[in-house]
Design a protein around this ligand. Structure first.
Ligand code: NAD
Ligand code: TDX
Length: 347
């Protein structure tokens, strides 16, 4: 089985490869990644020498590059993570989001259609987000039937890609599966996202910027639980169907920031107040969705998946990881990784 993983040098994709490359030595994994600012090949240092793993640098928005990978590696399964993923960046500059998330997905679908034809045993697994559903009010959950209502250029581009994937199934019979997951956290997450940003700012004594009043709610899932859920859907899910993934773990942003400060206080034997005094309420994100919450009944009941980590165990692991992986943190912060990239790849 040959598995093409797009975006495998990013946060979730690298966790996916780190879990499954060693676990499935009979599968060959091809990691196709453009290496944007969010990627880091250091994430993959434990598997880079494995016989069943290969890295190919390339852009999914470039059809010729995508076609070349299909010709050379003849993948049976595509697990499509590659995306521009940060909402704030999409507000500042949506163009890359349209290009990668929409055009890039289209190119992959076209390649599948051309190179797979009607052959059996193929699968396009599309990794998507709960943000396509827009915002919940104070109550309720997103189910697989919730109407799409995206708020940001990021979520609109992901919604668009979801529609394309489903259209390729209905129109051309392409074997696809879609998963829509809630907010992930864990090792290797680029420190622009809430949890790693707060951990690293607190450690450096920088302000902890909470948007608006901090009352917005997100539903958090440990990244490895997301990866296991994707694998479960690949193995056991029905072709043409969608599965929501979430850990039933809703938190207000401000409460998470307090919790991180408390845990850092415990771990570093410091007064948490030292970190909490850094909290600064800043201008709200435009179009900021109030609340996300996933109803994961379908994947639990039909496929038997459930998360292994609680928020307590997952957040502790995550903070410990950022405390013990200073080289990774430094390389991301100082731009050393960017220099290394320029030396090795010229850009
Ligand atoms: P990330 O930003 O950490 O990583 C994205 C990866 O895609 C990077 O390695 C980047 O280099 C690569 N990439 C970007 N543009 C590319 C292009 N044009 N061609 C090839 N590679 C390209 O993102 P992430 O947080 O790991 O998210 C992965 C996927 O999961 C995304 O599709 C995202 O929408 C989805 N998702 C993320 C979350 C979350 O909380 N992070 C939750 C649900 C779904
Ligand atoms: O500095 C911050 N302060 C703050 O209050 C940051 C970075 C975020 N926030 C708030 C905004 C959100 O309500 O925290 C919440 C989480 O923000 P992000 O980490 O940017 O995540 P979010 O916008 O919820 O989107 C994430 O989850 C769904 C991922 O980035 C997406 O890729 C995924 O699809």
């Amino acid at each position: 089985m040959k598995i093409l993983v797009t975006g495998g040098a990013g946060f979730i994709g690298s966790n996916f490869l780190n879990l499954f490359v060693p676990r499935y030595p009979d599968c060959r994994f091809i990691n196709f990644d453009k290496l944007t600012y969010a990627a880091n090949l250091l994430n993959l240092k434990n598997i880079q020498v494995k016989q069943n793993y290969v890295f190919v640098r390339g852009d999914i928005a470039d059809y010729a590059a995508v076609a070349a990978v299909f010709e050379k590696y003849e993948p049976d399964i595509v697990v499509h993570f590659a995306a521009e993923s940060h909402v704030d960046r999409s507000i500042l500059g949506p163009a890359d989001f349209i290009n990668t998330n929409i055009l890039g997905t289209f190119n992959l679908l076209e390649a599948c259609r051309k190179y797979w034809g009607d052959r059996p045993g193929k699968l396009f697994h599309h990794v998507s987000t709960d943000e396509v559903y827009g915002s919940l009010g104070e109550t309720g959950y997103f189910t697989e039937e919730t109407r799409y209502d995206p708020s940001s250029p990021y979520s609109a581009s992901k919604a668009s890609s979801d529609h394309l994937v489903r259209a390729y199934h209905r129109t051309y019979g392409l074997p696809v599966k879609v998963t829509n997951c809630s907010n992930n956290y864990g090792p290797y997450q680029f420190p622009e996202k809430l949890i790693p940003l707060m951990i690293l700012h607190a450690l450096e004594g920088k302000s902890l910027p909470v948007y608006g009043t901090g009352e917005n709610v997100r539903d958090w899932l440990f990244v490895e639980d997301h990866c296991e859920a994707i694998w479960t859907v690949i193995e056991k899910g029905n072709v043409g169907e969608t599965y929501n993934i979430g850990g039933n773990n809703q938190w207000k942003n401000i409460d998470i920031v307090h919790k991180i400060c408390d845990l850092l206080g415990e771990k570093l034997d410091k007064d948490p107040q030292e970190f909490k005094k850094l909290i600064t309420f800043v201008k709200d994100r435009p179009g900021h969705d109030l609340r996300y919450a996933i109803d994961a009944t379908k994947i639990r009941d039909q496929l038997g998946w459930e998360p292994r980590e609680t928020f307590e165990t997952g957040l502790n692991k995550t903070i410990d990881w950022y405390l013990h992986n200073k080289d990774w943190v430094e390389s991301v912060k100082t731009g050393d990784y960017k220099k290394w990239l320029e030396m090795n790849y010229g850009t």
